[in-house]
Design a protein around this ligand. Sequence first.
Ligand SMILES: Cc1cc2nc3c(=O)[nH]c(=O)nc-3n(C[C@H](O)[C@H](O)[C@H](O)COP(=O)(O)OP(=O)(O)OC[C@H]3O[C@@H](n4cnc5c(N)ncnc54)[C@H](O)[C@@H]3O)c2cc1C
Ligand code: FES
Length: 259
Amino acid sequence: MPIEQMCTIVEIAKLNEYAYSFTLEVGEMVTKEGLRAGQFLHIQCGEGHLLRRPISVCLCMEDAPHDTARIVFEVRGEGTRWLAQRQVGDKLNVLGPLGNGFQITPEDRLLLVGGGIGVPPLLGQAAYTAKKATAVLGFRSADRAMLVEDYHDYCKEVYLCSDDGSMGRHGFVDAQLRDILEKDKGFTAVLACGPKPMLKNVAKVAAEYGVPCQVSLEERMACGVGACLGCAVQMADGTMKHVCKDGPVFDAKEVDWNV
Ligand SMILES: Cc1cc2nc3c(=O)[nH]c(=O)nc-3n(C[C@H](O)[C@H](O)[C@H](O)COP(=O)(O)OP(=O)(O)OC[C@H]3O[C@@H](n4cnc5c(N)ncnc54)[C@H](O)[C@@H]3O)c2cc1C
Ligand code: FES
């Protein structure tokens, strides 16, 4: 059940020129409301009548007197620019937990595929499966890389790719994914988060190798709770679903990749 509450920022780190990591005190949102990585928080960004902005949970922790949640965001426009100007000790108006998150068990052997700002929500999945996961992280260029050390802490193996060749393998994550799946048939699921063209290619490769694939979709959002139809996406069976309420995570086979 989503609740609205004021959450204090207890830690801020700048991950690169564009991305910030905030740790928030979220009351009992983890302990009582079951908040977990891959779900999202709808954060009021600004004092005026700016809409809330959806930001995924990267990691969260049960703690007393306050549970904590880590979010990572890039500055895109007015809302995220306002967010980036907050200081430790400031309070944010947060609505959450929202969305469904990934369906996994601690026994899963996950192949995580993240692109750009899609990298953070997968970190919590690596943490949950304790050093069993393999991660493929793609960035436009080396200066946009983030959380690489954190992934090394939580994963068995980490592969890096960049669009311009300035870091790791030169090229897109789906080529690396194909090489891994060709050699290793033991993965129980592929989880992917990133831009839609990347997700489409990842879903295609996972299907070729017969590995179940879950994707986290991004759509522009308004209400965040299924009330405004703002975030509707087309499904393969012709129905429409809400990214905020039915997702953001979907079985890749459910999604209509041709729209
Ligand atoms: C479920 C979900 C989880 C998300 N998690 C994260 C996260 O963990 N970290 C993060 O940095 N961002 C995340 N986003 C994207 C983030 O919500 C947007 O970047 C943010 O709302 C932009 O707000 P703004 O006011 O700064 O920019 P605006 O002025 O609203 O927009 C700036 C630019 O970003 C584009 N944009 C805005 N919202 C989206 C969107 N949802 N998808 C694609 N493009 C968009 C606009 O078209 C425009 O070009 C997530 C989005 C969703 C739907
Ligand atoms: S954002 Fe309003 S229905 Fe999803």
